[in-house]
Design a protein around this ligand. Structure first.
Ligand code: PLP
Length: 378
């Protein structure tokens, strides 16, 4: 086969998104506007939750979740995640307590969390890694028993379910629309929750602390009055990006189905031809939406395989190396190498292969061929 370039991810932008951007640009309403509500409503109906708030990133949504609840104590979160999961705890003025994950699913479990609960624990941020949800029953029960706020970092998992219920519909859900995610707006995020008052505070926090919207104020007697009731941020999503997000949501199921078909093809190839490579494990109660397709190889071969794939046009990568506790900022906070051995091993063994809804069979065949060659002799 002739070499072709296969990036890690290519965003799937449809005609509707192009048309919507043109429509919003022509309307003149570029900042937070009517499409934000449409995007939020589409999210609520997909997840079966009552409240959704558009934000400029998942990181902002995570920080909003903590600040709205005035969390200042300890927050338990897995170290095996993107650093944003922990950064939001520090920037909200709380203390991160980093824990292990289950190496098979790469997700945190109730047991991992329970090992770190102290009288100072106030919240838990779980991460649904790469498209598969955590085992929710034990986690929900634990958080309820200890009266802990449950935040679901669902940046990597939109549209997946646990026992039929959507990611982000158990606690406070936080989603990312970065270009590699299941839905993209370039940059962007969403907070979901069950409490209208919580949602109103998150929305105000994302809009300078003002509870009313520009649209709503236009109908009032003195529309220029903007009362800031809490010291807020500007974490809003623009109408332009919300329009893209709204149309992406209409195709979410179709895009996730394409990811699942590609994952099944990778699974089949790995199962039949590369017995030393571990394909992703899917829990029997979970559906997986493959925001990432990650495999495990022996750690002494991992870096060589990734570099070989990259040298031949395959945009392979690693998520996540280093884990959060070994990031320079967290080493400065006192975390040490060797403290979370399961996590550290996983971060030395994982490889993320390209997967995106519009990936062609020819592109996938190239990845498969190169993977086979890169793994030779294993
Ligand atoms: C698990 C996790 N949490 C949080 C984030 C941050 O998302 P955003 O870039 O939208 O702030 C990411 C993004 O990569 C992520 O993977």
């Amino acid at each position: 086969m002739k070499q072709i370039d296969v990036p890690l991810c290519v965003p799937d932008i449809g005609e509707e998104e192009f048309a919507a951007v043109k429509e919003v640009l022509s309307s003149g309403w570029l900042a937070h506007g009517p499409y934000n509500k449409k995007f939020e409503d589409a999210f609520c109906s997909h997840l079966s939750v009552p409240c959704a708030v558009t934000m400029n990133s998942c990181t902002s949504a995570l920080e909003a979740a903590l600040k709205v609840s005035n969390i200042k104590g300890e927050v338990i979160a897995p170290s095996f995640t993107w650093v944003a999961t922990a950064n939001c705890i520090v920037t909200a003025g709380a203390t991160p307590v980093l824990c292990e994950v289950d190496p098979a699913s790469r997700n945190v479990t109730a047991e991992h969390i329970a090992a770190h609960i102290t009288p100072r624990t106030e919240a838990v941020i779980i991460v649904h890694y790469g498209g598969q949800m955590c085992q929710m029953d034990g986690i929900v029960e634990l958080c309820e028993r200890h009266n802990l706020l449950l935040i679901e970092d669902s940046a990597e998992t939109l549209g997946a379910t646990w026992k039929g219920r959507q990611a982000g519909s158990f606690g406070v859900g936080c989603f990312s629309f970065f270009p590699t995610k299941n839905v993209t707006t370039g940059e962007g995020g969403m907070l979901t929750c069950h409490d209208a008052d919580f949602a109103a505070r998150a929305k105000a926090m994302s809009g300078h602390g003002v509870f009313s919207t520009t649209l709503a104020r236009e109908k009032e007697e003195r529309p220029w009055l903007r009362a800031a009731e809490i010291p807020g941020h500007n974490w809003r999503m623009s109408n332009l990006l919300a329009a893209i997000g709204f149309h992406q949501m209409q195709r979410l199921d179709e895009m996730n189905a394409a990811r699942q078909r590609l994952a099944a093809r990778y699974d089949e190839f790995i199962g039949s031809e590369l017995p030393m490579v571990k394909a992703p494990f899917v829990n029997e109660h979970a559906t997986h939406v493959y925001q990432m397709y990650t495999i495990e190889v022996p750690e002494d071969r991992r870096n060589g395989i990734v570099m070989d794939l990259r040298a031949h046009g395959v945009g392979a990568s690693v998520h996540f190396d280093p884990p959060v506790h070994l990031q320079p900022a967290y080493l400065d906070l006192g975390w040490k190498d060797g403290e979370l051995p399961l996590t550290e091993k996983l971060s030395r063994e994982l490889i993320t292969l390209p997967i995106f809804p519009k990936m062609t069979q020819v592109e996938q065949d190239w990845v498969i061929e190169r993977l086979k060659l890169a793994c030779a002799g294993m």
